[in-house]
Design a protein around this ligand. Sequence first.
Ligand SMILES: CC(C)(O)[C@@H](O)C(=O)O
Ligand SMILES: [Mg+2]
Length: 563
Amino acid sequence: MKGNSVLPSEQVTQGVARAPHRSLFYAMGYTKEDLQKPLIGIVNAFNEIIPGHIHLRDLAQAAKLGVSAAGGTPIEFPVIGICDGIAMNHNGMKYPLASRELIADSIETMVMAHKFDGLVLIADCDKIVPGMLMAALRLNIPSVYVSGGPMLTGSYAGQKADLVRPLFEAVGAYAAGSISGQELEEMELSACPTCGSCAGLFTANSMNCLAEALGIGLPGNGTIPAPYGQRKALAKIAGRQVMQLVKENIRPRDIMTLNAFHNAIALDMAIGGSSNTVLHLLAIADEAGVPLKLEDFDKISARVPNICKLSPGGIHRLFDLYVAGGISAVLKQLGGQGLLHLEEKTVTGKTLGENISKAEVRNVEVIRPISDPYTKQGGIAILRGNLAPDGAVVKQSAVAKEMLKHTGPARVFDSEEEAFDAIMGGRINKGDVVVIRYEGPKGGPGMREMLSPTSAITGMGLDKDVALLTDGRFSGGTRGASIGHISPEASEGGPIALVQEGDLIEINIPKRTINVKITRKELADRRKNWQPPAPKVTGKSYLARYAAQVTSASTGAVLRTRG
Ligand SMILES: CC(C)(O)[C@@H](O)C(=O)O
Ligand SMILES: [Mg+2]
């Protein structure tokens, strides 16, 4: 399209050879005029198994109205989506990260086959968001991403509530005998009151907020509540806006540049986003051909302060952030201190700086000034050491002060199930460092989120005494000294595979180190006796193919491609 006006859809709508194609469109009720207009794919991840997606039909409808009103022809098609909460703490959790690549691949498949001219991508939860952004960059046709928006805050016993605080953590509290079965049931009934992504700053909301800073989501994308009329209006505007992008030939790679990724990381550090954002931003950048590295997170974390504390790190929820001015107000704070690239292009057709120029903070308890942050550094830290030569990730903003430096004996488990049973069975002692390995992208496979073990530790009141390390990953709802993405992973022979029960592990988050206190020689001797494990999944399953192709978490757990 650059320099001339040829639209991809002309390959299916124009000329003599395409008479059969047009006939197929007419079979569906499209008119002759419809086929003269840009064909806009409305990628709708609606399903009836994710609260964040249960209302997406309404948003797709609104987006279609926006496209039509702006002179385009909207054409909807679906993609899959997993609810991480429902997939949690069993073997289903091996699929969500892997679903990211399936989603990207299936959008590529639909768009390449049918020749759309632009996309409105509609999703809400965890892996569906990066999967969609990866596809947008791979295809590089004009695209706008719209999220389903956050769930309203729940309430329990007069306090704000969400899926994690208190509910996931209540499982540990129940095991420790500090709450009754009836209390647990009351929490179940009240923690998640509406449609939308779970109300804390977990992975879904983190990604939806970062989409604003990346420029691919409209202002308000991260925080406008899911049930609000404004959410539908946002989808309508997205439909209108994608038409503008088609006209002006502005594509995802013009928007999601290295500077835009740096903006997203700066926002992530300021709000204390999910540790999963590290994996996803690296994978999205990989599709953009942008040289983003794990080190970029640490460099930006060193200079961007943490100014918001939302659940699980604090008591505020996305609704509080919305009322306080939303992501635009946070970005305005950062921009005012020279911490952003404000000249970056966005899907509004304006720059990021123009988008946020009128924003203001309406509650300084929810969005603190840069001069009075929670911490001078950002929410996420990258650790290295003899246990993680290729890096590890911790959400330092959600670590109890007492645990920022900790040395304790390793309690080693070769799966999440074994570790969870030990925690729930009261077999973890104060001071212990729980090691959960063979749960990496390849070894798991699928790099499970360890929300149940980390929440059980917290719920049992051990979060100021016990650390947890893994080559798997965490939920955005995880808090405590939970260090994940340890790379290389155990099944690839990473040093985490060589740790033995009782080894002393030294964690120093301020110094960014993670080490097992054994000599280099001892480590080398243990390595000689180490055997790579047999793959856990074989045969024809998608997961077996995924395990064969997936690469390290330190580079986003993307799939290796040939050549
Ligand atoms: C279920 C959750 C809380 O959404 C989790 O999957 C996350 O990553 O945040
Ligand atoms: Mg998740």
